[in-house]
Design a protein around this ligand. Structure first.
Ligand SMILES: *[C@@H]1O[C@H](CO)[C@@H](O)[C@H](O)[C@H]1NC(C)=O
Length: 346
């Protein structure tokens, strides 16, 4: 790997080294894209989602041991497809030597020997691995960690950090761009336009995109009612986790009552329960925010209905079960005659 020795790094001690895999959920990806089609599931490289009208409307898993190729939107053979969520899995299937990004730690890279094994190399202080150039580069963020990582190649999407601007996705990388003076990118239509749709706050569908992993808040940990002091102590730990007070799946890590909170999110399919400081099944904690966030569900129970009502996640509409089977069981996604005993039903 030539190029590693010539890298320039180590000016200041490392800035915040982003060691996270892409911090975007499939819902967030769909919300930024005007198109219709597949996205990869950032928690499982065999799984995919399907976006339409800026919503996640479908999901599934590739057959057998195929890997989902997010950039092509197809299930493909493991020997020629990088598993973007596991370097070990990529190397297990690789039939010739190759370098891969380590999705759990951007300061190192993996080397697949082509016989099923992996070894790791280190980019050093201040260095991060760039899978596109297959080299260590100096930077505050992991080059792989963009919303484009699990999205099709050759599409334009809204920049989740910068409303009104776009990213051009190519091979899992996002190149930022703007529309030119006086124009704003409209992520619903995918066009640049004169009217600014970013005024105020958000338009429909983009409410999931307001946080990215690593966002900080200087006030959240200090908040007496919802911050560090109010959060449950974790056995043997001095840090605590507190709700972001906005989403069902986001939380802030608080090192102390005076620390700056750092945002992170629960694994797909779970919600954050601030009463225990853990990610749990959505049915186990009655989250007061949008319960459709971070779950691959078409319907979610509507709070305050004793589990008799549900929300249609794609549209935000509401519905209820037939009289004969009046209760909606969110876990099994069926209408039943007996009330499920979930926390969300009471
Ligand atoms: C990431 O990898 C580097 C180099 O191998 C290592 O020194 C560091 O401790 C790792 N960081 C984490 C969070 O595992």
């Amino acid at each position: 790997m030539r190029g590693f020795d010539t890298r320039i790094c180590a000016l200041v001690a490392c800035l915040l080294l982003a060691s996270q895999a892409s911090g975007y959920t499939m819902e967030q990806m769909c919300a930024q894209w005007s198109g219709t089609g597949y996205v990869g599931n950032p928690t499982n490289c065999r799984a995919w989602g399907y976006c339409q009208g800026q919503k996640l409307v479908g999901w599934g898993t590739c057959p057998d041991d195929y890997i989902f190729n997010s950039q092509k939107g197809i299930c493909d053979y493991p020997y020629r497809t990088v598993c973007a969520t596991s370097a070990v899995q990529t190397c297990t299937a690789a039939t010739s030597p190759m370098y891969v990004a380590d999705p759990s730690n951007c300061t190192q890279y993996g080397y697949c020997d082509g016989k099923g094994s992996i070894s790791y190399g280190d980019c050093g202080v201040g260095g991060v691995y760039s899978a596109s150039s297959r080299s260590c580069v100096w930077g505050p963020a992991c080059p792989q960690s963009t919303i484009c990582q699990f999205m099709l190649s050759d599409i334009y999407v809204g920049d989740p950090d910068n409303c009104g601007s776009w990213l051009s996705c190519n091979n899992g990388y996002g190149t930022p761009g703007t529309c030119g003076s006086g124009l704003t990118y409209n992520l619903v239509t995918g066009n640049c336009q004169k009217t600014n749709t970013c005024n105020g706050n958000t338009d429909s569908g983009s409410s999931n995109g307001q946080f990215t992993v690593g966002d900080t808040s200087s006030t959240i940990c200090k908040d007496k009612t919802n911050g560090y002091e109010a959060a449950p102590a974790l056995t043997g730990k001095s840090y605590r986790f507190v709700s972001d007070l906005t989403t069902c799946y986001g939380f802030y890590y608080c090192e102390s009552a005076t620390a700056v909170g750092v945002w992170n999110q629960c694994p797909t399919g779970t919600h954050f329960d601030p009463t225990i400081g853990k990610c749990v099944s959505p049915a186990a904690y009655a989250c007061p925010y949008n319960r459709c966030g971070n779950v691959n569900s078409v319907f979610m129970t509507r709070l305050g209905t004793s589990c008799e009502g549900y929300t249609v996640c794609a549209s935000g509409g509401i519905g209820s079960c037939p009289t004969k089977n009046p209760y909606y069981d969110e876990v099994y996604d069926i209408c039943t005659a007996t009330a499920p005993g979930f926390a969300i039903c009471s």
